[in-house]
Design a protein around this ligand. Structure first.
Ligand code: SF4
Length: 368
């Protein structure tokens, strides 16, 4: 049997941190390689988390792009190569060059299963490697498989095979309930997610074992493992946000301190701010209030981010960091947040900034 590597990326965010702890606790026998992409541009709070996790897990491999460059950080190396063109939501060269390329180099041509911390309460799909030798698996979700696997397994072209596997693996007492679902073809009315939910609602473990049997007939990395080497087949736990915080606290690793809500006051009214996700300190995904947090909590990093804004390139579309730092602008941004937090309180919802800004990381490499 060919060797398949188990790999887990530590982004510096809470979800991947919790996943690494969860996997180590639950599957101590699995030989998981933990890695972190070192951009040289993370907050000190993130570095603290990665160090603490390293102590907990044993080892975290640090992958650093542009090693040997005369520039201070990989980011500055690539920024220079890009002629000062700042990355943006539309042109995200930063993730590709500093993280994805290094990760794919690290894995090389080996078969690998990459464990990704998308939670059970998130409705989105994560990184699907463009390289066929890397397969993403999502242990926190009810459906641990990626979209491409689901689309293959449930495809009508494979229906006969799918039915045969269920016939073989399904215990007799479940057959009456489950076989009509298994046999029903995908159609416009009965699409993939509907069939998937119906099957996993009856028995997640059975579904996993059927998928596993199917993967054995493909070149997917999980299909090259034995059941003992892939114990997630029998995992039907679904983990949500509260579980993540609990795992971090109970393990002693702790929640990254950039999540701490810090109070501020404007015109006698109080609000709170923090940083809602990990990633580079200048990340263009952050909201204006997070830039204000950076300005006031890490002024030297704000300065540094500002120094990258040249020749009309700005981190925020239509507003430079120099403009955002003006006292009247800061005041306005804070007042907007206070208003949103008061409205949330009025609706009896959480007014914490992380909840108000939402929790859509947008990028599994940077924020999970
Ligand atoms: S955290 Fe933001 S700036 Fe840094 S690599 Fe990811 S997307 Fe780019």
């Amino acid at each position: 049997m060919s060797k398949v590597r188990h790999i887990l990326g530590i982004s510096g965010g809470k979800d991947s941190a919790a996943l690494s702890i969860y996997m180590k606790q639950k599957y101590p026998g699995m030989n998981i390689e933990y890695y972190n992409s070192d951009t040289g541009c993370e907050l000190a709070e993130t570095e603290v988390l990665v160090d603490r996790l390293g102590a907990y897990l044993g080892e975290i491999k640090r992958l650093r792009a542009a090693e040997g460059s005369p520039e201070d950080t990989p980011f500055e190396h690539f920024l220079k190569a890009m002629g000062g063109f700042l990355p943006s939501v539309q042109q995200r060269w930063c993730t590709k060059k500093m993280k994805l390329a290094e990760f794919e180099k690290y894995v090389g041509d080996d078969y690998a299963v990459s464990y990704v911390g998308i939670r059970g309460d998130e409705d989105r799909d994560g990184y699907i490697s463009s390289k066929p030798n890397i397969q993403a698996v999502f242990p926190f979700r009810k459906n641990i498989w990626s979209l491409d696997v689901i689309n293959k397994v449930l495809n009508n072209d494979n229906l006969e095979q799918f039915i045969a596997y269920y016939e073989e693996l399904c215990p007799d007492h479940l057959k009456e309930e489950i076989m009509p679902i298994v046999q029903r073809p995908i159609s416009k009315q009965y699409y993939y997610s509907k069939k998937l939910n119906a099957l996993t609602d009856v028995d997640v473990r059975l579904f996993n074992h059927v998928v596993f049997k199917f993967l054995k007939t493909t070149d997917y990395p999980v299909g090259k493992l034995s059941e003992e080497e892939f114990p997630l087949l029998d995992n039907d736990e679904v983990l949500v946000k509260e579980d993540i915080f609990r795992i971090l606290r109970d393990s002693g690793v702790g929640v990254p301190s950039y999540y701490d809500e810090i109070p501020f006051e404007v015109d006698g009214k109080t609000g709170t701010y923090c940083r809602s996700r990990s990633g580079c300190y200048f990340c263009f995904f952050q909201q204006r209030i997070e830039w204000v947090w950076l300005l006031e909590q890490h002024p030297e990093l704000y300065e540094k981010a500002m120094s990258f804004e040249k020749d009309g390139y700005t981190w925020i579309q239509g507003e430079s960091l120099a403009e955002l730092a003006r006292p009247e602008r800061v005041r306005q941004i804070k007042l907007d947040v206070i208003k949103r937090q008061e409205e949330a309180k009025g609706r009896q919802q959480s007014s914490a900034l992380v909840d108000i800004l939402g929790d859509e990381p947008m990028c599994t490499n940077c924020f999970i």
